[in-house]
Design a binder for this molecule. Structure first.
Ligand SMILES: [Zn+2]
Length: 391
């Protein structure tokens, strides 16, 4: 059978049933639970939890329903099921969900489409005065989008910065949540942007569908829909440039297809490679002071030793900006040389960084350490596996 025939244009006949369970308010947050039913679910996958601050939580059921159905799209596809939602969604989903599902099927070569059967459709009537939001984790991509839109005059101006607890941080830890809200909130306010926080258990408890490869664009877009009484557009700072795009859970074309009557969704900055973004970020003292790139521990602090921390340090050193970035600390040559580089994109990226370092007298030792790490990459990976450390 040809691939074309295997990609059926019909919705999956099986159903993932989703219904609202309960909600509770505590410590200024409104927490809602949605119960899932399907024979293939693990126990932890039976409950989707979503939290919004009481002052931002929407009253309209259609907003919650639209958000939940968007978040669960890739997970329903993983189960090869359509979503049967026992509640209300926005009327626009009758058309837009099908477009998203078709795009998702095409990008990932899936055997069917995620259909959507809600109990009812209602039309959302957006209030006036809504803002443009961007997700804001404090990393290079986030800062690049915020700086280019709000300092360099790129349109539109960003009015709100969204951070979602539980995606790259521990949403169950009060210390981490309060720490991140203090840190990212003050950075956003200093840039004239209103910080907004949400939380979910989706990434932790629905990990059978790959976060990186399949689900993160839809999850973030769906979560942002909870704020659609306050924002009309969500900018998603891109994680890969146009010439490096491949089937991935965060992709400008499929993420744009998550747009609906509540929210327009658009990736931003895919014209630029990460090193080009780093050049812009390195010119901002505010960004360097608050840079947050590392998710290896609790998400509150940069570890300074993981691949992403080291790569960012090398890029900032090339721009002559590392000593202005106290949250990352200095480069340690032994740590660079012992890096584990198991991903297929890493040798090319590090060869380019090695070349740029070799051109500078003060970074020749760093160039040598990078060369060592690339040559011994599989040895370093093996040593970590033997020691039981993360690769
Ligand atoms: Zn790190």
């Amino acid at each position: 059978m040809s691939l074309k025939k295997e990609r059926r244009p019909e919705p999956y006949p099986a159903s993932l049933v989703v219904e609202s369970a309960d909600h509770a308010c505590s410590d200024g947050w409104r927490k809602r639970r949605f119960l899932l039913t399907h024979p293939g679910l693990l126990p932890r996958e039976r409950t989707l939890e979503i939290e919004a601050p009481v002052d931002l939580a929407p009253d309209e059921e259609l907003i919650w329903g639209t958000a939940v159905c968007t978040i669960l799209g890739p997970f329903a596809d993983f189960l090869e099921a359509s979503i049967e939602f026992r509640g209300t969604v926005d009327a626009s989903l009758a058309e837009t969900h099908r477009l998203w599902a078709k795009a998702y099927q095409r990008l990932h070569g899936r055997p069917g489409l995620v259909g959507l059967k809600p109990s009812r459709y209602e039309k959302f009537h957006p209030p006036s005065g809504r803002l443009v939001a961007s997700t804001f984790t404090g990393g290079i991509d986030s800062w690049f989008t915020l700086l280019t839109h709000n300092e360099d005059g790129c349109s539109p101006r960003i009015g709100a910065a969204l951070f979602i607890h539980g995606l790259d941080s521990d949403h169950r830890s009060t210390e981490v949540r309060e720490g991140l809200e203090t840190r990212l909130g003050s950075l956003a306010r200093a840039m004239g942007v209103q910080p907004m926080f949400l939380a979910t258990n989706f990434r932790r408890d629905f990990a059978r569908v790959s976060w990186s490869h399949r689900s993160h664009g839809a999850c973030i877009a769906g979560m942002a829909m909870l704020l659609s009484e306050r924002i009309h557009t969500l900018l998603l700072p891109s994680s890969a440039p146009l010439d490096a795009l491949r089937p991935w859970g965060f992709h400008p074309l499929t993420d744009q297809r998550a747009s609906n009557g509540l929210l327009r969704v658009e990736q931003d900055g895919w014209e630029y490679a990460r090193y080009e973004k780093t050049v812009r970020v390195a010119r901002s003292d505010a960004a360097l002071a608050g840079l947050r790139v590392c998710y290896t521990k609790d998400g509150l602090r940069n570890c300074g030793r993981c691949e992403k921390c080291i790569r960012t340090k090398i890029q900032l050193a090339i721009e002559g900006a590392l000593d202005r970035c106290p949250s990352l600390g200095p480069l340690d040559l032994k740590t660079v040389a012992r890096m584990s580089l198991p991903e297929d994109w890493q040798p090319d990226t590090y060869e380019e960084l090695r070349r740029l370092c070799a051109e500078r007298n003060d970074l020749r030792e760093v160039a040598r350490a990078i060369g060592h790490a690339v040559r011994w990459r599989w040895f370093n990976v093996g040593v970590r596996r033997l020691l039981g450390r993360p690769v």
